[in-house]
Design a binder for this molecule. Sequence first.
Ligand code: GTQ
Length: 345
Amino acid sequence: MNDLGRLEDLPAVYVQEMRSHNLVPLWPSLRGVLPPKIPTRQTQPTCWAYRDIRPLLIQAGELTPIEKAERRVLVLANPGHGLEKMQASAAIYLGMQLLLPGEWAPSHRHTPNAVRMIVEGEGAYTTVDGEKCPMRRGDLILTPTGLWHEHGHDGTEPVIWLDVLDLPLVYYMEASYHINGERQHVHTEHALQAPTLAAGLAPTPVFARQNKDYPLLRYPWEQARASLLALAETQAADSAVQITYVNPNTGAHVQNILGYYALMLRPGESLQLPARSPACVFHVIEGGMSAAIASNTFTLGEADTCCAPGYTPVTLTNLSEQPTFVFMADESPLHQKLGVYEIRP
Ligand code: GTQ
């Protein structure tokens, strides 16, 4: 690689003259923005243990009333990006949210897409676009871009869930904003439409009341877990047991920017994931595993979360005698749509 000219090689007055017209030379920065062969990544392999998060989140419940927080969330921030940036990766935001019995997180909508993966507690629900979605451990609930959503809690114990948003990307695009709304009128209990869609039976579009972009908003863990166990029965021993959360009308990823998956590690299984361009997040629903990411090896138990930068191979090893179930989020839909998706051999 040839050395390119540096900024210091130029006369100071020349540089100053350029800058005064809002001009800068490319060549001192060319290798920085187009590094050789592999991108520079700020995303560092990072692990967040639930035993560290939970007591601080419960304390937040004592320190900050819901009215003062709107959303009581501790953000899982990647130190590689700087904690104040509140990003897990270039496009992924992660937060742990606490809702206490009787509390209400008021209705709003925003341009970033969100999903919730329920970690603990019973009795809370999210109302999305008028559809009331009960929150149970392991459920995935979508709050896609532009849809009204609010969280309520009729139970008796704290409820905690993991929020995954594409906020860093949408913010970077200068397209992130929210609108506050009125309490929603619930028009559909989730249970009414889910069985049809989950069975792969979609209402015929011309007769459907409305052709919704997001026909399914709640993916119950019970069904995802049963699918993984059934898949493990038929899947070759050397291939991964993984499902993708899809839109039942189109078969495409449930959201436009981030992809969501559930993975089962068989007892004794060690799964090597090839280096791919998108960054990825792993969250243990049940069991335990180690995650080897570049030169880091993390040990994850239930409700622990870690992230891997793109272009980095990852090895997941089941540390439990039982199947280990993992929720994953990644930037694949984004990379695929933009044409930058790669798998490195
Ligand atoms: O629950 O609506 O973690 O608006 C960040 C922004 C959660 C939410 C977050 C949000 C929400």
